[in-house]
Design a protein around this ligand. Structure first.
Ligand code: SF4
Length: 199
């Protein structure tokens, strides 16, 4: 079986790749993540994946558009709240991955998003299956979350950069929510961070 694997980041690749190799599946990676901001973070994550690809001898197809802040913001179309933007974000990446897989003659496509305990697993599965069917290929589903701990331990032991937030500029801000509130209090402001749906 040949599988076109959308890779969200290097650390999330380690466990799924191990399992897929054990199953003797021929994997080609695809890095398409216009959701990763700002640029220096994007560059770090690309570097981490380059490192792993070299270690694991994995072919990666890199999105030729590179850093995609404007495209991503345009795609989510002002739906900046957590509940609203993530489905757009999955949709954008899985649509493109399925299309690319089909045009390159792959039978299956999948995504390392299925490894993360922090993503909406069932929604990713549903979107993946819908995209696969649209492009006449199959979606490879496996619950890679069972290897969550193992994947982290491997990333740590290899010294791979592990990102502190999901990817978009909104998720970067969310991790500082308490700090923003403290800053607002210090400045005597009622609000510095206004979008409560990010909490
Ligand atoms: S939190 Fe993650 S999945 Fe959700 S929109 Fe941001 S980058 Fe995409």
């Amino acid at each position: 079986m040949n599988l076109f694997l959308h890779i969200c980041c290097g650390p999330c690749l380690l466990y799924p790749l191990k399992i897929l190799k054990e199953r003797e599946i021929d994997v080609t990676g695809f890095f398409y993540n216009p959701n990763i901001h700002p640029f220096l973070e994007f560059e770090k994550r690309v570097g981490a994946l380059e490192h792993i690809a070299k270690l694991r001898d994995l072919k990666i197809i890199w999105d030729p558009a590179g850093y995609g802040l404007e495209q991503w913001l345009s795609y989510i179309n002002g739906n900046t709240g957590t509940k609203e933007r993530c489905p757009f974000c999955y949709e954008m990446r899985l649509e493109r991955s399925a299309k690319e897989a089909a045009s390159r003659g792959f039978d299956y496509f999948s995504t390392t998003l299925l490894y993360s305990k922090y993503q909406r697993h069932q929604l990713i599965r549903e979107i993946g299956e819908e995209k696969a069917s649209r492009y006449g290929i199959k979606f490879y589903y496996e619950d890679f979350r069972q290897g969550w701990k193992e994947g982290i331990e491997e990333a740590v032991s290899l010294g791979i950069y592990r990102q502190p937030y999901c990817g978009c500029i909104f998720s970067e801000a969310e991790r500082y929510h308490k700090r923003m509130k403290r800053l607002a209090e210090r400045l005597g402001n009622k609000e510095v961070f206004t979008n409560e749906s990010h909490a």
